[in-house]
Design a protein around this ligand. Structure first.
Ligand code: PHE
Ligand code: NA
Length: 452
């Protein structure tokens, strides 16, 4: 245990966790969910959940990683032994590994769409195109299993190569270049949106709070999104936390991650809706917002092909910095448990997840209907895998909150948290009661979904 891996710098954990957090969740999912659920009211609930539930669980998950200094599965085994608690808590590690594997399988397929659009934008194929052409282009992409598989393969190989190079040479080095570049691109796209779009309409859409606008479904979506966006409950943060410097403050780091992640979602929302409203388009287009509505807005604007291309590079980079955090917990486990080399472990994880991803690929075309998944669960294979992760993620978060809140003693927590009694008491109240209650609420969403 004395020779564990540690990040090179005290601040690297923050960099890596922000890389994990900032992803398709911010750029693709957050804007379309806000668009479908009335804007401001959605954001209010989302923000409250981030701060009352997300941050406390983020602290807890990082703490478990740093205290165990191992991959989530082996780490939870270690913690249950040293703390003399039930081995049932090992479920946290297993749930995390399974969720990471499932999420990677479809995350890679969707991120692959951004490869297609980067190419389309930069070659100018969409310049001046009308709504029908762009909509038909998206449909054609989804209808092609070959193209989807090609992009899925490219994306997952790129992610695997980074993790295969190791936490220093691969993960740290790539994030140190990628993350600042991504923030710079985000600001360029925002400036472009302000210059060419309708910023006032975007701001009033996102920040006018009318709680009556929000359906129960919207509440649940907002809370589910706050787990997804912070990468909670699936071992990604725990695995990175295992390499965190003992000196860094858990509380300050968790707040920083949440603030940056939220800021990126807001800036992306402002930029995207400025462009969408500026082009006179509709905000409530669902998952097609980024891949149909936005390209249409770019198609009509000066330098739209160039800025649009740069925007999709941002999407790709943000997605890669998240997908590597899905590979790491499983790869680290395979290395610890079976003595595989890191490249072997990464290959195993990536090949398995790639294969499962083929189910997502065909869910948009060959298996779009009439499969066993439709018969049993009323949805495609992709819909079913997504549903499973919607259940496992909050479940993992719930167990992390309960383990940290109830199974760990005051002194064990204080050894990691080193904070005032007042904040400790607040944190413990949140993980003991508020987070579990909130998660129970999120589950309400899954029940009607399971029944199809
Ligand atoms: N947080 C990432 C996003 O917002 C998604 C993710 C979830 C990444 C879980 C890793 C683990 O896109
Ligand atoms: Na996010």
């Amino acid at each position: 245990m004395s020779t564990h891996n540690v990040w090179t710098h005290k601040g690297t954990f923050l960099l890596a966790a922000v890389g994990s957090a900032v992803g398709l969740g911010n750029l693709w999912r957050f804007p379309y969910l806000a668009g479908e659920n009335g804007g401001g009211a959605f954001i209010l609930i989302y923000g409250l959940t981030i701060f009352a539930v997300g941050i406390p669980i983020l602290i807890a998950e990082t703490m478990l990683g740093r205290a165990s200094r191992q991959s989530p599965i082996m780490g939870m085994r270690h913690l249950t032994k040293t703390h003399d608690t039930s081995r049932a808590w090992e479920t946290i590690g297993w749930l995390g590994a399974v969720s990471a594997f499932l999420i990677l399988s479809f995350y890679s397929v969707i991120a692959g769409w951004a490869i297609h659009y980067t190419w389309q934008m930069l070659t100018g194929s969409l310049a001046g195109a009308d709504a029908e052409t762009i909509g038909a282009g998206f449909d054609a992409l989804l209808a092609s299993p070959g193209l989807l598989t090609l992009y899925h393969t490219l994306f997952i190989i790129a992610s695997g190569l980074i993790v295969g190079l190791g936490i220093h040479r691969g993960i740290e080095n790539s994030l140190r270049i990628m993350m600042p570049a991504l923030f710079a691109i985000l600001l360029v796209v925002l400036a472009y949106g302000i210059a060419n779009g309708d910023f006032a309409a975007a701001a009033s859409f996102l920040f006018t709070f009318n709680i009556a606008d929000l359906s129960l479904e919207g509440w649940l979506e907002a809370m589910g999104q706050s787990f997804f966006t912070l990468s909670l409950g699936m071992g990604a943060i725990m695995a990175y936390g295992a390499y965190m410097s003992g000196e860094a403050s858990l509380t300050r780091t968790a707040f920083a991650i949440a603030v940056v992640d939220t800021a990126v979602a807001m800036i992306a929302g402002l930029a995207i809706f400025s462009l969408v409203f500026g082009a006179g388009l509709d905000a409530g287009q669902g998952p097609g917002l980024m891949f149909v509505t936005l390209p249409l807005a770019f198609a009509e604007m000066p330098f739209g092909a160039l800025i649009g291309g740069v925007f999709f590079i941002l999407v790709l980079g943000a997605a890669i910095s998240s997908s590597i955090s899905l590979i790491e917990p499983v790869a680290a486990y395979l290395v610890e448990r079976f003595d595989l080399t890191r490249p072997q472990a990464v290959t195993l994880m990536v090949v398995a997840s790639w294969t499962l991803g083929l189910l997502t690929v065909v869910s948009f075309n060959l298996w779009a209907e009439g499969t066993i998944f439709h018969a049993l669960f009323g949805r495609s294979a992709f819909g079913f895998i997504e549903l499973l992760t919607n259940i496992f993620m909050p479940l993992g978060g719930l167990m992390i909150a309960l383990f940290a809140g109830w199974a760990l003693t005051h002194s064990e927590v204080m050894k990691e948290m080193r904070t005032s009694e007042g904040w400790f008491a607040t944190w413990r109240f949140l993980v003991r009661f508020v987070a579990p209650a909130a998660v129970a609420f999120v589950f309400l969403r899954s029940i009607p979904q399971i029944e199809g």
